[in-house]
Design a protein around this ligand. Structure first.
Ligand code: PLP
Length: 397
């Protein structure tokens, strides 16, 4: 008799974005002439840069001739792109072989699938609040989960757990708090993982938003990390590939745990991908190569600067009216403490009703997100300015 996976019953009710949409729609219907300013969702809004468009067009062009046409490619990714990423890491002082880099259709699916190559009984540590995919994917596979609390008191960077845990999910720069781990904090996790034979799954999807030269953009900048960490990466936020879909996952050959041989975990992920994934789009991969070209890097850096200027406008504007604001300096998210002890949803309603601004309630990212809202800098500068002006003018605190 077929039965559904009962772990799905343990998932938190996924009402966050649907509830935001419902409330926004209701407000818009009640106030048809009012402009609603959306700073809620972390979706990119600006057009792809010219160098990348050229790369994508080249990918399409190649499909138009029998000589250059390609069908299925290597599941692990185009060798040229894997090599280009190895070169990209090398410029940052990180040495990786192309075979350690697996091209994906974005970080989300790998974030959800990566734990499947480890023992079913692994105990998983997840920071709270955080991007919900790590939690939900481990709930559906029935793993035991412990939370590492990210609070104002620890600047939203938790310490490593006291007892032995097996898999640790970290996200830096963090979605939603915008907090970024420094080298010392990250080293504490690496040392912990080495000591306890644990594996860190490090989500660096927002690494390109780090402008502070002292902060690590890859976990492999920390000595010893190759022996204990997997890195998830994405072209979504660094190059606007949210709809194009392209990312990568690094599984170093040096990554070993108790009972595993050098290269074995890399080989198991290779086996998993060649069995269950059919490779990223060849057009998207041609676009990815263009992102990594000198011109692509220059142009995407300008776009990142544009979003970070938005972040600065939000941060400054909200601080000027006395709100307590975190993040937004090396990350495109601004984490705002609700005034007067309002709950996340109460402040969401207040911002919508009084300033006509849509935010994301922090409680949707974990229980420790209660009492905060997240604002995103991914809008157009014009909208961001309007939203901040409206908050300054209309919000009653
Ligand atoms: N990781 C984090 C922390 C994210 O916030 C997101 C998307 O918002 C992703 C991964 C998903 O990235 P991708 O578009 O590459 O699937």
């Amino acid at each position: 008799m077929a039965r559904i996976n009962s772990n799905y019953k343990n998932l938190p009710k996924s009402y966050l974005f649907s509830e935001i949409a419902r409330k926004t729609k209701a407000f818009s219907e009640a106030n048809p002439d009012m402009e609603i300013l959306k700073l809620g969702i972390g979706n990119t809004t600006q057009a792809l840069v010219p160098a990348v468009i050229k790369g994508l067009m080249l990918g399409v062009e190649k499909l138009s001739s029998k000589k250059t046409y390609t069908g299925y490619g290597d599941e692990q990714g185009d060798t040229r792109l894997r090599q280009a990423l190895a070169n990209w890491y090398e410029k940052r002082g990180v040495n990786l072989e192309p075979e350690e880099i697996f091209i994906s259709d974005g970080a989300k699916s790998d974030a959800a699938n990566i734990a499947s190559i480890f023992d079913q009984n692994s105990i998983v540590a997840i920071t709270d609040p955080v991007y919900p995919v790590y939690l939900d994917s481990n709930i559906t596979s029935g793993r035991k989960i412990v939370y590492l609390e990210a609070l104002e008191e620890n600047n939203f960077i938790p310490n490593p757990p006291k007892q032995k845990k097996d898999l640790i999910f970290l996200c830096s720069p963090n979605n939603p708090t915008g907090a970024v781990m420094n080298k010392k904090q990250l080293k504490e996790f690496v040392d912990y993982a080495i000591k306890f034979n644990a594996v860190i799954i490090f989500d660096a999807a927002y690494s390109e938003y780090i402008s502070d030269k002292g902060l690590p953009r890859s976990i492999y900048e920390i000595k010893g990390a190759k022996s204990c960490a997997i890195e998830l990466q994405s072209f979504s936020k660094s190059a606007g590939f949210t709809g194009v879909r392209l990312g990568w996952t690094v599984v170093p050959k040096d990554l070993v745990i108790e009972g595993s041989k050098t290269g074995e975990i890399n080989q198991i992920w290779n086996r998993r991908q060649t069995t269950m994934f059919n490779g990223a789009s060849n057009i998207a991969q041609e676009g990815g190569l263009a992102v990594l070209s000198n011109e692509g890097q220059r142009q995407t850096a300008r776009q990142i600067k544009y979003y970070m200027e938005n972040a600065a406008i939000i941060k400054k504007g909200l601080e000027s009216i006395g709100l307590k604001v975190f993040g937004g300096e090396n990350a495109p998210y601004i984490w705002v403490k609700t005034p007067n002890k309002l709950t996340s949803w109460e402040f969401f309603d207040k911002l919508l009703n009084e300033a006509h601004v849509v935010s994301t309630p922090g409680s949707g990212f974990g229980s420790m997100g209660e009492g905060y809202i997240r604002l995103s800098a991914f809008g157009s500068a014009e909208n961001i300015k309007k939203a901040v002006e409206s908050i300054k003018r209309n919000l009653k605190i």
